[in-house]
Design a protein around this ligand. Sequence first.
Ligand code: PXL
Length: 276
Amino acid sequence: MKRILTVQDISCLGKCSITIALPVISALGVECVILPTAVLSNHTLFKSFTVKDLTDQIEPICEKWQDEGVEFDAIYTGYLGSIEQIDMMKDLFRKFGGGEDKLIFVDPVMADRGKLYPAFDMAYARKNTELCSCADMIVPNITEACIMTDTEYREEYDEAYIKELLSKVVNLGARISVLTGISLSEGKTGIMGYDKKKDELYVYQNDKIGAMFHGTGDLFSSTAIGEMMHGKDWKDAMRIAADYTAHTIKVTMNDPKKPWYGVNFEETIPALVAME
Ligand code: PXL
């Protein structure tokens, strides 16, 4: 069985980061080891939140794992709490992420819809950009890609704008760069990615469902990495993750009692498992 280490916060309420990664990756039949960066009462898009920072736990936890000689097939980082934690990730990649067959997957979670998340500033964003340069694969959304490449964020854009943005993101250094949440025609949404080593461009679009929910980026990334651990190539993994995320948004919208803060992924996990 493959083993992933995911490093993100625990938002106790809110259906994001670890509370999505752990169930989704486990359901895909992949062991998911967690390294929580902080415990929050709820994610930061609620009107207020508590945070208990766990930075001082990262090194001692990693030391124990080193003593045990544990290895990971992939390291997946998501929402991190601070600049200091980003620096620690570089060390963690060196300790546990070396070797040709290991995948370092960075989702530079920090912004959406043209804005940084409430807990972050530009100094954090610059550090996050550095972390992307240490990864094998990165999956920024348009806002994150714009921030990382000093590009003007646009609500309305064409394919040329996305291609240009992707080429700038590719220059950050990861082998595979994927832009998420891109719409190349009316009523469509999906991804555009590029594998530098294979010189391979991949575009996938499915129907856009007219609603945005929190946590869908985490759902996409967790599904994609879980699928890649099953030996799916990155393009198939992206397509499955995009389809599953869209399906989950659709199902959530049909629920009159849906919570405002996240998607009903619990309801769609059986469909994901059946897609295997
Ligand atoms: O889904 C991204 C995410 C993860 N963790 C926390 C967040 C957010 C988005 O706002 O606030 C704590």
